[in-house]
Design a protein around this ligand. Structure first.
Ligand code: SF4
Length: 731
């Protein structure tokens, strides 16, 4: 069900507050004040539902949502229609937030050396460890923004330690490219809705990449929002993903050759006089086409796996049907030449002169009023962190949302050895994940719907936006918020920290926004303003836009070739890992709704599968549902064969996120962990994990089972005269 702001007000049945004015994108129908029932007695039955604006943390996009609460229980999540990022929409992962909240395997109490203890004992232990280990603390978290980032940074500065964020499929390469080409510290937005042509390289922007709800909405406008004009969409990726399936033309580019393909398009733009002259001069060092000879379509066609005529055709459209827009992400950046690929694709935007323009790249300003973020550290830095642990330079390790043992592409023994060299380890989380067995102290964390916080979405909508997170229900389990754990334990250890609690920190943030005297919420006083941002779900200022310009330099005369782990004779297939729609990079693996969400193209759920081309399957004698061993130079795993007519013969694809040891009853032991067979290669320039640079071979096991998928369960019925799907093969 979609919900409008008018619906929301009707459902809430609320009284007027009278002191808050909403400005900005939309004027609300009338003002609203709702008291959260968090503090109400359990047995008070009102028969009424209330909707609370808060934040979705099920992925890193940072959408604003509304939680429907009935009798103190969260029942349903909807998009906040007022929030500028997602404008009333959510995705399946966002919906599953209520299942995370009421998960039966949530931790019940703190555990000290495996024994249940009360919070007083646990916090006293943590405070003691903080006191003993000043200057020797490593705080390892998921990427942070908003007040979790502020509190973590303040904590670590106060104690003199290191704060590192970890994400298995890090975005270091994209951030470095954006900084280098546009001088930006924040990721840009893409004005997909107003583009006429979109060309994406590896970026699954209709699935899990970036801000998928925002861009999914924009996709609707791009295709159908302008009468008589349907946007054209090209997508280059080795795997036939859901995003590829939505494209007008899918280009199955060879892994690691995305940058060369982009520059072959650039070649045609310059050759045909369609390139923006200043950008062309910048990128060719003033030499024009001569500087791009190495990228002539006819020269590179075989290497990139796309016929030269097809490259020229696409380039002509991209150059002429403007505004046109190029995006890059996902596996295109997960190579040893990832930064080259990123720069090459993003430079196309300068060549079609879309920088900062309608239908082009739209810059995001830095967040307002001291808001901050902790982006993921590159894999190379994590290797160094393991070294530091091994060398005994870390006295206290605090881990929150950083599943190092699961995701780091180094042998489990190596990570275990490093962890065990740390005298005291604390693991914080709502559920015991793969890291929990390594925690001397395990602390149950509140879920987002139970806790205070803030966020600034990245990428944002092109202007300053802050989302407020508030507890919409009383805690289901006896936990504490991550920020509260740091603040309480830090205070008890004698650290000087500016806030007593996360609520106080968030309220302080609201005070700073109030002092700006601008944006979508105004009020007569600070208290009214705080109420206003909670009711509206945040604060944003459409006038505070980002600025940037293209500062790209001359492109390399010859492209850096991607390196792969594994000899092509011994390991004939490129392994392309991908994030499935539901469990993402594994963070949603504990939720049965997400485990059961069918993959967008294969419809497989609940298991690890490997997508194999029909010719390859025939040659190896593989049938659908056969268990195969997928062997890389680093290790092997078992997966079920899915014979996929649209995967290139030299590629196999496997979803990440399965194969946990822990994370509750639905994740534990289910499927296989792809990270465990990926080679520890990095992008040559940034040190980021090159997670798409491993080759594999397949070995039959002779075992077979029915593959858990929806496709083929119900006989397809032809609804129209013409066939719904045509499978074509290019000569
Ligand atoms: S895209 Fe991410 S933040 Fe937005 S609703 Fe989905 S899971 Fe939540």
């Amino acid at each position: 069900m979609g919900i409008t702001r008018r619906d929301l007000l009707k459902l809430a049945g609320v009284g007027a507050l009278g002191a808050i004015a909403f400005n900005g994108c939309r004027i609300p129908d009338r003002e609203l004040r709702v008291e959260s029932p968090v503090a109400l007695p359990e047995d008070q039955v009102t028969g009424r539902d209330n909707w609370y604006a808060t934040l979705c943390v099920q992925c890193g996009a940072g959408c604003g949502v509304l939680a429907r609460v009935v009798e103190g229980r969260a029942r349903k999540i909807e998009g906040n229609p007022d929030h500028p990022l997602n404008e009333g929409k959510t995705c399946a992962r966002g919906q599953a937030a209520v299942q995370a909240l009421y998960h039966p395997d949530r931790l019940l109490s703190p555990l000290l050396h495996g024994q249940a203890v009360d919070w007083e004992t646990a916090m006293a232990e943590l405070a003691g460890q903080i006191q003993q280990n000043r200057g020797r603390v490593l705080l390892a978290t998921n990427p942070l923004r908003g007040h979790n980032a502020l509190v973590a940074q303040t904590f670590i500065q106060s104690i003199g330690g290191t704060l590192l964020a970890y994400e298995p499929l890090e975005d270091t390469v994209l951030r470095t490219a954006v900084k280098g080409l546009f001088g930006q510290d924040t990721l840009p937005d893409y004005d997909i809705a107003r583009a006429r042509t979109v060309f994406s390289f590896g970026a699954g922007w209709l699935e899990t990449w970036g801000s998928p709800v925002r861009w999914g909405r924009a996709y609707g406008a791009f295709r159908q929002g302008r009468p008589g004009q349907r946007g054209l969409f090209f997508h280059a990726e080795p795997r036939f993903s859901l995003t590829a399936a939505n494209a007008d033309l899918w280009l199955p580019v060879r892994p690691g050759m995305e940058g060369v393909l982009a520059l072959a398009v650039a070649y045609v733009l310059v050759e045909r006089g369609m390139a923006h002259p200043p950008a062309a001069a910048q990128l060719t060092g003033g030499q024009g086409l001569g500087a791009l000879t190495a990228y002539q379509p006819e020269r590179v066609a075989a290497a990139v796996g796309i016929p030269a005529e097809r490259i020229r055709e696409v380039a002509e459209v991209f150059g002429s049907q403007r505004p046109s827009l190029a995006l890059v992400g996902g596996s295109a950046l997960a190579h040893t030449n990832g930064l080259f690929n990123a720069r090459a694709v993003l430079s196309l935007n300068a060549l079609v002169d879309n920088i900062g323009r309608e239908g082009g790249i739209r810059f995001n300003p830095p967040p307002p009023a001291g808001w901050t973020g902790v982006p993921p550290a590159p894999f190379a830095r994590w290797r160094q962190a393991l070294e530091e642990m091994r060398a005994g330079r870390v006295g206290l390790l605090i881990v929150r949302g950083a599943n190092l043992i699961y995701g780091l592409p180094v042998d489990r023994g190596e990570v275990e050895e490093a962890l065990t060299q740390v005298p005291f380890r604390v693991v914080i989380g709502p559920i015991a994940d793969d890291m929990a067995p390594y925690g001397d102290l395990v602390l149950p964390e509140l879920e987002a719907l139970e806790a205070w916080g803030t966020d600034w979405p990245e990428p944002g909508p092109g202007y300053q936006t802050v989302t407020f997170q508030q507890p919409v229900v009383r805690p289901f389990r006896d936990g504490k918020a991550f920020g509260d754990i740091l603040l309480e334990a830090g205070k008890a250890a004698g650290l000087t920290l500016p806030w007593q609690s996360m609520r106080e920190a968030v309220q302080d943030g609201a005070r700073r926004l109030f002092a700006l005297r601008r944006g979508a919420v105004r009020a007569a006083d600070e208290e009214g303003f705080f109420m206003g941002v909670l009711q509206r779900g945040g604060w944003w200022d459409p006038q505070a836009t980002g600025q940037g310009r293209f500062t790209g330099e001359r492109l390399p005369a010859t492209p850096p070739a991607p390196q792969f782990a594994g000899d092509a004779q011994e390991f004939p297939f490129h392994l392309v890992p991908f994030t499935p729609l539901g469990i993402h990079d594994g963070r949603g693996a504990h939720l049965p709704w997400l485990q059961g969400l069918p993959d967008g193209t294969t419809t497989v759920a609940w298991q690890t599968w490997v997508e194999v081309n029909p010719d390859t399957a025939r040659r190896l004698g593989l049938l659908e549902g056969e268990w195969v061993e997928v062997i890389s130079p680093r290790g092997s795993l078992r997966a079920l064969v899915y014979v996929h007519p649209a995967i290139p013969p030299e590629v196999v694809a496997i979803p990440v996120g399965f194969g946990h040891q822990g994370m509750g009853r639905w994740a534990n032991g289910r499927g296989a962990n792809v990270f465990s067979i990926l080679a520890p290669l990095t992008d040559q320039e940034t040190g980021a994990f090159a997670w798409a640079a491993t080759r594999v071979r397949l070995r039959r096991t002779g075992q077979r089972q029915r593959i858990p998928k929806f496709e083929g369960v119900v006989r397809p019925v032809q609804l129209e005269e013409r066939p719904i799907i045509l499978v074509t093969k290019e000569a």
